[in-house]
Ligand binder design. Structure first.
Ligand SMILES: N=c1c2ncn([C@@H]3O[C@H](COP(=O)(O)OP(=O)(O)OP(=O)(O)O)[C@@H](O)[C@H]3O)c2ncn1[C@@H]1O[C@H](COP(=O)(O)O)[C@@H](O)[C@H]1O
Length: 109
């Protein structure tokens, strides 16, 4: 499963040097971090609207499609900052066996 994320991360790294005329990822980098963040925010809103619709209709295709857009643009953001999916996956792995409520309590001490 994460093989896809790793392969996509490699493509994203290579596209940093690509021609913005022929590469969407390169065109985002050429426009700068604010444009990338704008796309993350936009895809986030589209994802939550699709999730609301999915709960009402039981039709989940759009929520999968929008979440893919959100993950993709989040990965472009990570790549821009010199990070990759493994940094996030490691953090999620670190949280195994730690209840979310316990983790929250440890932050409040
Ligand atoms: N996974 C994706 C991917 N998901 C979504 N998108 C693009 O993200 C954009 C989503 O933006 P919107 O839906 O808001 O559409 P839009 O109106 O075109 O966007 P704006 O003009 O508002 O910026 C679309 O252009 C999609 O094609 C992606 N573009 C690229 N990839 C991957 O990145 C690789 C490199 O892409 P290029 O850099 O284009 O070669 C590709 O081979 C894919 O593996």
């Amino acid at each position: 499963m994460s093989d896809v994320l790793e392969r996509l991360a490699q493509v994203l790294e290579a596209r940093k040097e690509a021609d913005p005329e022929t590469s969407y990822v390169a065109s985002l980098h050429a426009k700068g971090l604010n444009k990338i963040l704008e796309k993350v925010g936009e895809e986030c809103t589209e994802t939550l609207l699709a999730a609301k619709d999915a709960e009402l209709s039981g039709e989940t295709r759009d929520v999968i499609y929008e979440t893919a857009d959100l993950w993709f643009h989040s990965m472009v953001m990570l790549s821009r900052l010199g990070l990759g999916p493994n940094d996030v996956i490691e953090e999620l792995g670190r949280r195994f066996d730690l209840s979310g409520l316990e983790e929250k309590a440890s932050r409040e001490q």
